[in-house]
Design a protein around this ligand. Structure first.
Ligand code: ATP
Length: 283
């Protein structure tokens, strides 16, 4: 679904590569989280997936990026938008219309989709994101989390196979952040949309993503199943990515020889781990 080979990118007027020989393959239906310290190249990578790089942001581009079989150099952003929907940090900056319905119709009208089909797609994308009740709202009435879900609905109205999100919860409170990730889970599980999300809140990534990619200085440092990536505490600590509290607790227990099992990645699993440790101790 996403195939990146030898991708390096240096922004104009800079010396250091923002991306440095990235190789990654993401298969259909994966839910991939990307994390890493500031300046790691996470946003640059998302911009390479939706074609903004190289078509709008210029620099030295090396290697190959293919999304849904389309090479992003040979296909413009409009063509790529049929395969890759994009959602950015700030919902305010993405929303251009005064009404929810108009907002979702906006991208479709630009692509000359027939009116009757636009109506169908508005209904469908509102249902998919669980916000049908907001259809006739004015966008100024919406909370940050609702705006971000309208942005997601607008992106999926083009029926992309891949949804790329760059820190979609950065402006949101914990409830709004959970709503977004629950929406993403639904799009992934029920509609088989491949999700690639850059997110600082590692706890959210650990609960929702099946695969984690950790970047640093333009490189992919770790890439694998969420549990195994989070188990590499030394690397995460070294680059300043703080693992979820449950994983840190497991790490401490393992270091002291009190726990030998798998790393927990959510509260339920941590609960089981603590019960096991206590059981052993009380024997
Ligand atoms: N438009 C730009 N022009 C020049 N350099 C840029 C531009 N955007 C990003 N960079 C540089 O590219 C490198 C990677 O930046 P990028 O924003 O992709 O990292 P990031 O991991 O998303 O960081 P953050 O978490 O702070 O958003 C950084 O050194 C940054 O300064």
């Amino acid at each position: 679904m996403i195939n990146i080979k030898g991708l390096s990118f240096i922004y104009n007027d800079t010396k250091e590569p923002a991306l440095n020989n990235i190789n990654i393959q993401i298969n259909e239906g994966e839910f991939v989280g990307i994390a890493g310290p500031t300046g790691a190249g996470k946003s640059t990578l998302t911009l390479c997936l939706n074609g903004v790089i190289p078509h709008f942001l210029h620099g030295d581009f090396y290697g190959e990026v293919k999304v849904d079989g389309k090479d992003t150099v040979d296909n413009g952003c409009a063509k790529i938008a049929y395969s890759v929907g994009s959602v950015f940090q700030d919902p305010e900056a993405q929303i251009v219309s005064t009404g929810v319905e108009d907002e979702i119709a906006f991208g479709l009208e630009n692509l000359n989709i027939p009116r009757i089909e636009i109506a169908q797609r508005i209904k469908e994308s509102l249902e998919m994101t669980g916000i049908s009740e907001l259809r006739h709202y004015s966008t100024s009435q919406l909370s940050g989390g609702q705006k971000q879900r309208v942005a997601i609905a607008s992106a999926i109205a083009l029926r992309p196979k891949i949804l790329v999100l760059d820190e979609p919860t950065s402006e949101l409170d914990p409830k709004g952040s959970l709503d977004i990730f629950n929406t993403l889970r639904r799009l992934n599980q029920e509609y088989n949309i491949t999700i690639v999300v850059v997110e600082q809140k590692i706890q959210l990534l650990s609960e929702y993503c099946s695969r984690l990619v950790i970047m640093e200085k333009g490189n992919i440092l770790l890439d694998g199943a969420t549990r195994s990536v989070l188990a590499d505490q030394e690397t995460l600590q070294r680059i300043g990515v703080s693992a979820p509290p449950v994983t840190r607790l497991a790490y401490m227990l393992k270091k002291q020889g009190l726990y030998q099992g798998e790393f927990p990645i959510n509260v339920d699993e941590a609960h089981l781990m603590v019960s096991k440790v206590l059981h052993e101790k009380c024997k």
